[in-house]
Design a protein around this ligand. Structure first.
Ligand code: S3P
Length: 455
């Protein structure tokens, strides 16, 4: 039976978790649905009962419920208990167990560029995220020192005391004045901003004066909206290694996924979905799908030229990747290898923005291709009648799936078209009938539809 997951919070409309987890479930072949549910604080207890009653497989918990939710669960793991907050619920045979993957996600993000062994770490902030990260680092027990800096020193003192009591980590508290921050940063290897400073709409703010950043320091900002905060930009200019906040978002999600399914998700795919959601201001691509001979490449070039966009022909990209033309790829390595290359090309180019992309006729056969393209692009399906396709592909030698004999070709076109019908339907793309139209007219039609979408 289909498994049901949700992110529960208030507000929750902005959450990117459904897109990220849905992609990961699909890629792992897990039949699951992940939705967002807004739950008011006074209804949290009933909502948790609802998770149990409905047999939901798990949930993510976000603001403002991460602390409150703990008292309604059947158990809480020790890290989440220490942190004092839960962001992940796992339904184990009707028992709801709380976990906290926020700190683990941060730790994994750090590991992408460094290890934490014998490092001196300074954490800005003492709220939920700071608690999760500080406790997770302290539990891991490898850091040389953790310094906590907060505008409200009492909160960081309390956190430092709790950490000292429960772990062996060396932890101290510093004041957040510029002088104190300067002294602290002189002895810091890794700086982590766990405050919301720099977050949209106040994107020109940062707690750290650029003069205090120095080469060699690692700077991690957990703010991901925008991805490149002022702190990250200043750090890059100063020659620091940087880690942007969406890494933590993706990797905490990946940890939740592992707790729910026991499997490691496709993190790269999750990241691509998060990036796509976080950069919506950039224009979506225009992707042309459709059977061979429907004019994707010719019409695509015209659209790109008319709209001043880049044009990407995926078949050409695949040929570049393989260092040989498409008939040679089929002949030497077979269709399976061609489809792998096609998937790689789509994975890469679907992350482009504002381009016109023409796909090979078989790109629709792989649902991952469609998942990737749909996220960043407007999809158009060029259609033509079998007879028209036969006419257009007469004397065409570059389509290995059709063979070279003209009689055989006609039979194959009808056969493949029939076999792919449901795949083309499932794309949900906007259909454009090309019978009797010139490529210019097809391009004009698509430009008109796109114009309408922008108003
Ligand atoms: C194919 C279509 C071709 C090319 C390859 C496989 C297909 O692209 O990718 O020969 O499976 O339909 P066009 O649709 O651009 O001809």
């Amino acid at each position: 039976m289909r498994k049901l997951y949700a992110v529960i919070g208030d507000p929750v409309e902005h959450s990117i978790s459904p897109a990220m987890h849905t992609a990961a479930f699909r890629a792992a072949g897990i039949d699951a649905e992940y939705v967002k549910i807004r739950v008011k604080p006074e209804e949290l207890e009933d909502a948790v009962k609802g998770i149990r009653a409905l047999g939901m497989a798990g949930a993510n918990i976000t603001i403002p419920h991460k602390v409150e939710v703990m008292k309604f669960l059947d158990g809480v793991d020790s890290l989440a208990k220490d942190i004092g907050a839960v962001n992940t619920i796992v339904n184990k045979d009707g028992h709801l167990i709380g976990h906290n993957t926020d700190g683990l996600g941060a730790l994994e993000s750090l590991r992408k560029v460094t290890n934490t062994e014998n490092r001196k770490i300074t954490i800005l902030g003492a709220g939920g995220a700071a608690r999760a990260i500080a406790f997770t680092l302290a539990m891991e027990g490898k850091t040389e020192h953790i310094a906590l800096l907060n505008i409200e020193p009492k909160t960081s003192e309390k956190l430092a005391q709790e950490i000292s009591k429960k772990t062996k980590a060396d932890v101290s508290v510093a004041l957040s004045s510029e002088k104190e921050l300067g002294l602290q940063l002189e002895k810091t290897d890794i700086l982590i901003n766990c405050t919301p400073v720099g977050m949209h709409p106040k994107t020109d703010e940062s707690l750290v004066p650029p003069s205090l950043l120095r080469k060699g320091m690692i700077v991690f900002d957990i703010v991901y909206n925008p991805i490149r905060t002022k702190l990250i930009q200043d750090a890059e200019k100063a020659g620091c290694k940087t880690i942007t906040g969406e890494n933590m978002l993706v990797l905490q999600g990946a940890k939740s996924f592992e707790l729910w399914t026991g499997k490691k998700p496709d993190v790269k795919l999750m990241h691509a979905f998060v990036n796509a959601k976080l950069q919506p201001s950039k224009e979506k691509n225009i992707v042309l799908l459709g059977f061979m001979g429907t004019g994707k490449t010719v019409s695509g070039k015209i659209i790109a030229e008319k709209l001043g966009k880049d044009f990407i022909d995926l078949d050409t990209e695949i040929e570049k990747m393989a260092g040989m033309d498409i008939p040679a790829i089929f002949e030497r390595f077979g269709e399976k290898r061609f489809r792998e290359l096609e998937m790689e090309a789509i994975e890469l180019h679907s992350q482009k923005r504002d381009a016109v992309i023409s796909c090979g006729g078989g790109a629709v056969l792989n649902f991952l291709n469609m998942l990737r393209l749909r996220e960043t692009s407007h999809l158009f399906l060029l259609k033509a009648s079998p007879m028209e396709i036969v006419k257009r592909l007469r004397n065409e030698k570059n389509r290995p799936l059709l063979g070279l004999e003209e009689d055989e070709k006609e039979r194959r076109i009808i056969e493949i078209l029939e076999a792919r019908k449901s795949f083309y339907e499932a794309t949900g793309a906007i259909k454009v009938d090309t019978d009797g139209l010139t490529p210019e007219q097809v391009a004009g039609e698509i430009i008109k539809i796109i114009g309408g979408k922008r108003q």
